[in-house]
Ligand binder design. Structure first.
Ligand code: NAD
Ligand code: TDX
Length: 365
């Protein structure tokens, strides 16, 4: 039986991963540890927390507490999501990224090495899975082949540099101490619980309220988008069948320019408003409620500093070794995502008006 420590699972991908594991592996015991930063929200785990799946409000930099959790709950599997994750924030304030992504990963590795007594006992039944990003590989031109696991690291933002550093620390704990590690490098995720500072949820909510849709630069930058549940599936396969010491790229083989994604979301929202008086009444500021096209809100703004042009993932390794195949097409995934945001306004209202933060701060006393 697995006893898992899942870090950062009050955030977007970690919360979806925990939901996935609860469904697919109901016997697993899960301890979530999350510092509940601005991006962490305990409501992301509503309905899945119980005796077998508990949330501990703590910082992974608290090494002693991490050791205590590993011991007390006999953890044999760590799945490490906790990180600062927004590139724009890393440009304006890199300190938090160094602290959470580099120091935090180091703290967790240090705790695991000691508690699992890696060198003394060489225990078989342990795993440290590190969740990383395709951004560590840098940027591609239109002509370049997609990133493989052999592509040299060339991170360009403080965010991707901090993730690259954490990847190397994890790698070193395998080579030096024999810790059983795996790493996955995934492309852009989208889906439920995505924090609305990131492109897709930001566009959905701004359209509903008739706010400008900021497009960085000329909007031609390209990202590969993967439905978040398919990221969870990929990690699950790596945990079950992945070779220790290896890295696996996870992607959707689904490249879009930013401007095309934004236009698509606008047209999907326009279609829904056409047939729903209820939506028109609920969101009167949405252009579609006034018979206008939502993409009239598109506003070109100053480009992101150091903006990577293109990311693309070669998924051959995880497909051929582990049988990975994403299940949700983009056409289906983007509609599911839109449904989720339209059906869960309580969630994002509390995020936007800060009431979930206030609730958290009052709990902390
Ligand atoms: P997120 O920002 O939504 O969530 C991060 C979570 O980590 C939050 O709940 C936050 O409170 C927590 N956290 C931050 N610092 C912490 C600390 N010191 N101690 C404990 N908890 C802490 O991020 P996300 O989009 O869910 O990304 C999760 C992981 O996946 C990250 O490691 C990220 O680099 C990686 N990743 C993200 C994407 C993507 O598209 N979002 C793609 C590839 C990889
Ligand atoms: O307002 C915006 N306007 C805009 O044009 C925002 C927020 C973004 N963009 C562009 C920048 C990117 O080219 O859209 C693209 C996607 O931006 P983000 O949603 O910020 O994602 P990105 O920077 O690609 O990084 C994401 O994917 C990889 C995650 O945030 C990372 O954590 C992950 O590692």
């Amino acid at each position: 039986m697995r006893s898992m420590l899942v870090t950062g699972a009050a955030g977007f991908i970690g919360a979806n991963f925990v939901r996935y594991v609860r469904e697919q592996h109901p016997d697993d015991k899960i301890i979530v540890v999350d510092a509940l930063t601005y991006a962490g929200n305990r409501h992301n785990l509503d309905g899945v927390l119980d005796d077998q799946c508990q949330l501990m409000h703590a910082d992974i930099n608290d090494t002693d507490y991490m050791k205590q959790l590993l011991r007390d709950h006999k953890i044999n599997t760590i799945v490490h999501f906790a990180a600062e994750s927004h590139v724009d924030r890393s440009i304006t304030g890199p300190d938090a990224f160094i602290e959470a992504n580099i120091m935090g990963t180091y703290s967790l590795l240090k705790a695991a090495r000691q508690v699992w007594q890696i060198e003394e006992q060489a225990p078989e039944d342990h795993r440290f899975h590190h969740v990383s990003t395709d951004e560590v590989y840098g940027t591609l031109s239109m002509q370049d082949p997609a990133f493989t696991e052999e592509t040299a690291y060339a991170p360009n933002s403080p965010y991707s540099a901090s993730k690259a550093s954490s990847d190397f620390l994890v790698r070193s704990y395998h080579h030096t101490y024999g810790m059983q590690v795996t790493t996955s490098n995934c492309s852009n995720n989208y889906g439920p619980y995505h924090f609305p500072e990131k492109l897709i949820p930001l566009v959905i909510l701004n359209v509903l309220y008739g706010k400008a849709l900021p497009i960085y630069g000329d909007g031609k930058n390209i990202r590969d988008w993967l439905y978040v549940e398919d990221h969870a599936l990929g990690i699950d396969l790596v945990l079950q069948k992945g070779r220790v010491g290896e890295t696996y790229n996870i992607g959707g083989c689904n490249e879009w320019t930013n401007i095309d994604i934004v236009n698509l979301i606008c047209s999907l929202i326009d279609k829904r408003f056409e047939t729903s008086q209820d939506l028109r009444n609920t969101y009167p500021e949405c252009p579609a409620s006034q018979g206008e096209a939502s993409n009239s809100l598109i506003t070109y703004v100053t480009d992101r500093a150091g903006h990577d042009f293109r990311y693309a993932i070669d998924t051959h390794k995880i497909q051929s070794e582990l049988g990975y195949e994403p299940k949700v097409t983009f056409e289906v995934g983007i509609e599911k995502t839109l449904d989720w945001y339209l059906e869960n306004s309580d969630w994002w209202q509390a995020v936007l008006d800060g009431s979930y933060r206030a609730e958290e701060l009052s709990k902390a006393g």
